[in-house]
Design a protein around this ligand. Structure first.
Ligand SMILES: Cc1cc2nc3c(=O)[nH]c(=O)nc-3n(C[C@H](O)[C@H](O)[C@H](O)COP(=O)(O)O)c2cc1C
Length: 196
């Protein structure tokens, strides 16, 4: 069921290093993005796969996880992601980041849902320097990194919870390391009907 998959598709920031992700599975996740909606059907996104060697080390050095978790630096040593997909805008096709950032979100959701279906965990990462990623991975001038997705076998226990009365949406962890993600209620996010 799609809804079960969506519930399982949590942001994972700790992975089993012994589980490598084959390139063809990562390509299949990208294929799900390829087949998804695109504004004006321009399809300006390109994808970089990293699942071995130096590029994995480079990306691990450039991403930032869990800014909302004070006092914790993630990933914990030995739980670094084994693979990444970098979603890029090919500015030679169209350079409008404002328009195509929506395509990036749609692609990221398709990729992470397919990852979840294949039994992996993933995390969308916007907290990185695009210039650094571009330079260190040697992308050509027209390729601009927009979003990084880490992918691997999750070692985390993540639970969805209702938002507390204080309305704080920050995710948090307990002493056992369980990660809690508060979500607003359905009633709270559906606007009142304008129909009389
Ligand atoms: C566009 C986008 C960028 C994100 N960037 C980061 C990031 O840089 N680092 C990180 O740890 N999580 C990042 N996240 C994950 C969010 O923190 C996460 O979606 C949120 O805490 C809710 O948890 P959930 O995905 O399990 O529902 C990002 C999510 C989105 C949608």
């Amino acid at each position: 069921m799609l809804k079960d998959l969506i519930i399982r598709n949590r942001s994972v920031r700790g992975y089993d290093p012994s589980v490598k992700i084959p390139r063809d599975e990562l390509a299949d996740m990208i294929d799900c993005a390829r087949l998804s909606a695109s504004s004006r059907n321009v399809q300006p996104l390109k994808y970089y796969i990293s699942n071995e060697g130096r590029s994995v080390e480079i990306l691990n050095g450039l991403i930032h996880y869990g800014r909302r978790l004070p006092g914790i630096t993630l990933p914990f040593k030995g739980t670094e992601p084994p693979a990444f997909i970098v979603i890029c805008l090919d500015t030679s096709i169209n350079s409008s980041k404002q328009i195509f950032i929506r395509d990036v979100g749609i692609a990221a959701e398709a990729i992470t849902l397919r990852a979840a279906e294949l039994g992996y965990g993933a995390c969308m990462i916007g907290n990185f320097s695009p210039d650094e990623v571009k330079a260190q991975l040697g992308f050509s001038e027209e390729i601009d990194p927009m979003l990084i997705i880490s992918i691997g076998k999750s070692v985390e226990d993540i639970r969805l919870v209702d938002l507390g009365p204080d309305g704080n949406t920050d995710y948090y962890r307990d002493d056992a390391g369980t990660h809690f993600v508060p979500k607003r209620s359905l009633e709270d996010i559906i606007l009142p009907s304008s129909d009389k």
